[in-house]
Design a protein around this ligand. Structure first.
Ligand code: HEC
Ligand code: HEC
Length: 203
């Protein structure tokens, strides 16, 4: 009886993994790999950057990555380094790079978790008008590709904190309808630190 259950569990565990792998290694991703060499110095060959200030791209949604590249190029998202990197990329290059990094497995983030961060992530703070992050970024921090909600799990604490601060000050304002800015401007520094520690520890 117990052996039977153990077997079923093993199969149930392996199957979804296999399906995902087959679904994401596309021709587009292979073409993207060939174009990713110049990204590897900062983002790592497989999109797992070793320097925390450089965001991880591994496992991020292809559509989101392509959107960021397009906006770095146009200046809608301002960053001097990335503007230079994106300048020569065509929309097809951006789609292929997005597909390649989406197909890579992210390594765990450097966060230690945080009880305050967990509470804000799942419950927000209605009294302060802070919407729960789970509404868009999901229970495991994987976001929703089609809706443009990025993966926040596995990312470094430093990068997550920097982006929340950047949305708060309005330096980053490429979020549709200001949906991140409206939330970030209500967060205090210690809320951001706690949220970053929590999100980075999500798997
Ligand atoms: C010299 C270092 C460097 C190189 C090389 C580089 N990047 Fe970046 N990248 C950065 C930094 C720094 C940021 C964070 C920008 C910010 O703070 O807004 C970034 C951010 C990004 C983001 C946004 C990630 C997110 O979660 O929003 C994407 C996508 C990206 N880079 C893709 C690429 C691609 C594709 C290449 C190669 C064509 C590349 N980068 C090359 C330094 C680099
Ligand atoms: C209504 C939906 C929504 C809610 C709620 C929301 N976000 Fe976001 N978030 C977004 C969108 C959309 C983006 C990407 C904007 C863009 O297109 O560049 C984003 C981006 C981010 C990023 C940057 C990711 C990266 O790779 O650069 C972080 C960090 C983040 N959100 C954290 C949070 C936290 C923490 C909360 C809760 C306090 C939260 N979000 C609540 C929609 C949401």
């Amino acid at each position: 009886m117990s052996a039977y259950f153990a077997d079923t569990k093993a199969v149930a565990h392996v199957k979804p993994k296999r399906v995902t792998k087959v679904a994401i290694i596309t021709e587009e991703a292979i073409a993207g790999k060939a174009k990713s060499a110049m990204c590897s110095a900062c983002h790592g060959a497989d999109g797992n950057s070793l320097v925390p200030m450089y965001p991880k791209l591994a496992g991020q949604h292809a559509e989101y990555t392509a959107k960021q590249l397009k906006e770095f190029k146009s200046g809608v998202r301002e960053n001097a380094v990335m503007a230079g990197m994106a300048a020569a990329l065509s929309e097809q290059d951006m789609a292929e790079l997005g597909a390649y990094f989406a197909s890579q497995k992210p390594t765990p983030g450097n966060g230690n978790g945080s009880e305050l961060g967990r509470k804000l992530y799942f419950g927000g703070d209605p009294a302060r008008g802070i919407t729960a992050c789970i509404a868009c970024h999901g229970a495991t921090g994987k976001g929703v590709a089609k809706a443009g909600f990025p993966v926040v799990a596995n990312q470094s604490v430093e990068y997550l904190t920097a982006q929340l601060m950047s949305f708060k000050t309005g330096e980053r304002n490429n979020d549709r309808n200001g949906m991140m800015g409206n939330i970030a401007k209500r967060l205090k520094k210690n809320d951001m630190d706690a949220l970053a520690q929590y999100m980075s520890s999500m798997k």
